[in-house]
Design a protein around this ligand. Structure first.
Ligand SMILES: C[S@@+](CC[C@H](N)C(=O)[O-])C[C@H]1O[C@@H](n2cnc3c(N)ncnc32)[C@H](O)[C@@H]1O
Length: 257
């Protein structure tokens, strides 16, 4: 299932804002080794690199397409094709940063403690994940995939919500770390243009479903989904659509030795 870097970066302002909010809460002055997990096209990695220009920064991603754009746009940064679930660097990090990526991985009960082990003493894991799986943009998609017309093909692709609630992460992580800072924010995003929410999900949640269909089926599925979205997110004045989007943030620091 390929990612489409151009589609993903269509809303780069809205997608960058939570990364900057996350960055503002990292309690480190000069981390020397930083990994950006699920770096995608590298826009956020470049921000980290500007913020800490002395650090050794590596962007990690499992998508060749996203990494190709990252390499082209930011040739001075190091990029590595790798699966986050297998992440085990030879040089442990002072900072593991992950913006909008860990919700693509299952089993957070194993994943988060494993990531903490890849940190040096006093290191920080900083994570932002969408937490909008019950929003109409996603529920419409799942309802359609589970409808009689599509369930045989697309039903198996509907995942249980991968992100847990804040209390769950607090209970999991607080015994393992020295400091914990977790919060949730809903961004009331104003998207411009026709089928704006569809354009948004085309870059993310819709991708696995379209990848399982041929071109004709994809067009049909998309048009049915677009109709549902139009009802859920009516277009307002000046072609503007209000698309509320909740995101969960976790910043934890391991004990100093
Ligand atoms: C929504 S994009 C976010 C990209 C970037 N962090 C940003 O904020 O612009 C999610 C990225 O996570 C990557 N990803 C998903 N699952 C992954 C995995 N298991 N290992 C490595 N990367 C993964 C995808 O390839 C994609 O580039």
């Amino acid at each position: 299932m390929a990612w489409n870097p151009e589609q993903y970066t269509l809303f780069s302002d809205h997608r960058l804002r939570p990364a900057m909010d996350l960055l503002s809460q990292v309690p480190l002055n000069s981390p020397s080794v930083i990994y950006d997990l699920g770096c995608g096209t590298g826009n956020v990695t470049a921000l980290l690199s500007q913020h800490w220009n002395e650090a050794i920064i590596t962007g990690i991603d499992s998508s060749k397409e996203m990494l190709a754009k990252a390499r082209k746009d930011h040739p001075s940064i190091e990029w590595k094709l790798d699966d986050i679930s297998q992440f085990s660097p030879t040089s442990k990090g002072n900072l593991l940063f992950s913006n909008a990526a860990l919700h693509w991985l299952d089993d957070h009960e194993t994943l988060f403690p494993t990531l903490l082990k890849q940190l040096r003493a006093g290191g920080v894991l900083a994570v932002q994940m969408p937490n909008n799986f019950s929003a109409p943009s996603h529920q419409n998609l799942y309802d359609l995939a589970l409808s009689p017309e599509w369930v045989d093909r697309l039903g198996p692709l509907v995942r249980p919500a991968p992100v847990h609630n804040i209390d769950w992460y607090f209970d999991l992580l607080s015994p393992l770390v020295e400091k914990i800072n977790i919060w949730e924010t809903t961004y009331f995003q104003i998207l411009k243009g026709k089928d704006a929410v569809l354009e948004w999900t085309r870059g993310t949640a819709l991708r696995p479903f379209l990848a399982a269909l041929d071109e004709t089926e994809s067009k049909l599925f998309e048009s049915q989904y677009a109709e549902m979205l139009m009802e859920s997110y009516p277009v307002g004045q000046d072609d503007a659509t209000l698309y509320p989007f909740s995101r969960l943030f976790i910043v934890v620091q391991t004990p100093e030795e």
